[in-house]
Design a protein around this ligand. Sequence first.
Ligand SMILES: Cc1ncc(COP(=O)(O)O)c(C=O)c1O
Length: 370
Amino acid sequence: MRTATIAINPTALTHNLNQVKKLAPNAKVLAMVKANAYGHGIKTVLPALQQADGIGVASFAEALEARQLGWDKTIGLIEGVFSASEWQQAINNAFSCVIHHTPQLDWALENVPPVDNPTRQIWIKYNTGMNRLGFNDEALILAAQRLHDAGYQLILATHFANADDRDHPLNTVQKKRFADMINYLKNTISPDIQGSLCNSAGIVNFASNHYDWVRPGIMLYGSSPVTDQSAADLNLQPAMDFSAQIMAFQTVNIGDAIGYGSGWIAKQETKTALVSIGYGDGYPRVINGDAYVCVIDTNSNQSYVCPVRGRVAMDMIVIDISQAPTDIALNSKVILWGVMPHVDEVAVHAGTTGYELLCRLSARPERTQV
Ligand SMILES: Cc1ncc(COP(=O)(O)O)c(C=O)c1O
């Protein structure tokens, strides 16, 4: 049987959450589980993140799924709702919403939830420089005042555009705007107003800016959020093992090409193995010539680093096993990403990020837990 497997490691998820808590000991944690928990599967991930104070999702359907799965703490809708009727449903399901533009403000002011309903907690989004979501200064102050007067509890929230690059000049600007605004709101509206600034990269790079809530995403899944430190440097463990199996062997003669486009030509006789994985499963088609996989030979239990040769097809890739000293067994496990290679490394070879590779996995691979 063709096997491609996504195995999730709940212990690694819990470990990574604990790393967040060590880095931000005084902040509450809104664990980001949008996009099906960055491709890991929300159902598998939630039990491992029980010690988070809340979870963040991007869509109403994701929020409903998390509630149906039994998550009874904060569920934050990071883009808020998209209509007045969705606002009512947010109240019905006790979701906590971002308000980032005037229509959402109007829906919230027209329909204020009961006192003990968690929808009374609003993440009011401040545009500090990313220019995507959020109110600018004057509108923010006005909106905050009106929401406070209507009985809402406020968390001032913003999002870094470049937190992965510690020295990017916009970081300083965003941090200063945020600090000035939260001080102003605390002094003029209510000292109880909370703050939330940091995603994973902010948590790592800006320890003095954690405020009341941090919002880690990618680091929970074991990828590095920053440009100058690896996941291992940050003591993060990959939560996903993406693997397939060797389905056949070939020997390619000198001068012969492999796969579609015939772009890779053997300079010497090359022992290859065919692996049951492709872009139809979520392995990127656009990898460069340095991409490799790790084969674990079923017979010897030895691991071998094997380069990928030729184009990635929908269902198959070809790998070079010439360096393996002995014959590798048919059906041996091939790790596309996991501990080695790490998804961040594959992402470099694909000209993208770990975020994209994880989120783009298809429905075809079997999903399990380790
Ligand atoms: C508002 C907000 N906060 C936090 C995050 C988590 O970011 P990261 O995965 O980089 O930690 C995201 C992700 O895009 C986001 O949009």
